[in-house]
Design a protein around this ligand. Structure first.
Ligand code: 0X9
Ligand code: ZN
Length: 378
């Protein structure tokens, strides 16, 4: 049985950061300066206690999940309902949309991107993605609602102008197999559904990209197949990340935002090292954009999304934005959506937060589009 626990330091000799270096196979949910929230077995948590950390059991997983009403699932998209609604959007405005199958998952599910914009060719393009991680259901809804709004209000300013001068691509569910598994079998499933050589399941799609892939072996970016952050046997070993690689390689986007949950953060590269990106102009541009996004988000419902370098959360090698920035030099952000804490639900975000989470992210997403189209056109 797995448990959710809060871990704090017992003193200066036991820095909290060291917990993230112990190869225990724990699932790291939340990293704050004064505590961690982890999911682990009793044995794993006992081991941390014996190492001298203060471990407070918050809830067992079954109890945590019982707070999740079954009807809530209906208010989030399944792979099938997403496909249907993307098709409807594409059919409603065939002149400015195209539904593209970027690739297929391990279990053969199509991975879709909706291209939105006048078909002009040679214009700048921006990519929004969602749901690399199966259990992060809100990370499907925000990019989907972005696509819906762009299509439905395509004739209104300022959207009409953007769709003339550029294209917005939206891929709301990069990991459909994992997502379906999270809906039907195991709500807290994170990875894809690859069967690994040791018989365990799943590669973490957000560790499988080909920039600095596999250079770390830590609990937050692991070489152990059964771990939640397993990097996979080689870079781009997974059809889900291959689909993104091929789309990005082909379309040459001017910028990328990938949505995750939870913690309310705006993360920019690097994730693989604490060193800042060496190009000062890029660094200032991304830090400035993240700061502006924070202000825009906070202005809607008062929620604070903290901007920071990805590695300040925890180190990862092979994540999406290290690859898009490292390979293409384009502004790249990971936005960790609501809620802020485990106490507020963690991955189990009540469906009445879907709309406000989209509403608060709308001006930041719009600003990203506006800025990048302006920069690229100039
Ligand atoms: O671990 C991840 O892939 C992301 N967090 S999540 O809780 N959604 O799983 C964060 C990725 C950003 N990169 C780094 N923190 N290095
Ligand atoms: Zn995630």
């Amino acid at each position: 049985m797995s448990l959710i626990a809060k871990v704090t330091s017992s003193g200066p000799q036991k820095p909290l950061g060291d917990v993230l270096r112990v190869p225990l196979g724990i699932d790291v949910w939340e990293v704050k300066p004064d505590h961690l929230i982890l999911r682990g077995t009793e044995a794993q948590l006992d081991r941390l206690s014996r190492m001298g950390y203060l471990v407070e059991q918050l809830e067992d997983v079954a109890r945590h999940l019982s707070t999740f009403a079954a009807e809530a699932a209906e208010q989030y998209h399944s792979a099938a309902s997403l496909e249907e609604e993307l098709r409807q959007l594409a059919e409603a405005k065939p002149d400015i949309t195209q539904l593209i199958e970027m690739g297929r998952s391990i279990e053969g599910r199509p991975i879709f991107a909706l291209r939105i914009g006048d078909r002009r060719g040679g214009v700048p393009k921006i990519l929004f993605m969602g749901c690399h991680h199966a259990r992060e259901w809100i990370a499907v809804e925000v990019p989907f609602l972005l696509a819906k709004e762009l299509v439905e209000r395509a004739d209104e300013a300022p959207i009409a102008g953007w769709l003339t001068s550029g294209e917005v691509w939206v891929a709301p569910m990069v990991n459909p197999d994992g997502h379906e598994y999270s809906r039907a079998q195991e709500r807290l499933w994170r990875k894809n559904r690859r069967r690994n050589d040791d018989g365990s399941f799943g590669v973490d799609p957000n560790r499988n990209y080909g920039y600095m892939w596999g250079i770390l072996d830590v609990p937050t970016s692991s070489q152990v197949p059964s771990d939640e952050t397993y990097v996979g046997p080689r870079a781009f070993s997974e059809p889900e990340t291959q689909a993104v690689r091929d789309l990005v390689g082909c379309e040459r986007f001017a910028g990328v935002i990938t949505y995750h949950s939870y913690s309310q953060l705006i993360l920019y590269p690097w994730g693989y090292t604490d060193k800042p990106i060496p190009d000062v102009q890029h660094r200032e541009q991304m830090a400035g954009m993240a700061q502006e996004m924070q202000t825009l988000i906070q202005g809607v419902h008062g929620k604070i999304y903290v901007p920071q370098q990805s590695s300040a959360l925890y180190p990862t090698a092979g994540d999406t934005t290290d690859w898009t920035y490292g390979t293409y030099g384009i502004p790249s952000f990971t936005v960790e959506l609501r809620p802020r804490t485990f106490q507020e639900g963690g991955f189990i975000l009540p469906p009445d937060h879907i709309l406000p989470t989209w509403e608060e992210n709308r001006p930041a997403a719009f600003r990203f589009v506006e800025q990048l189209l302006a920069v690229s056109v100039a």
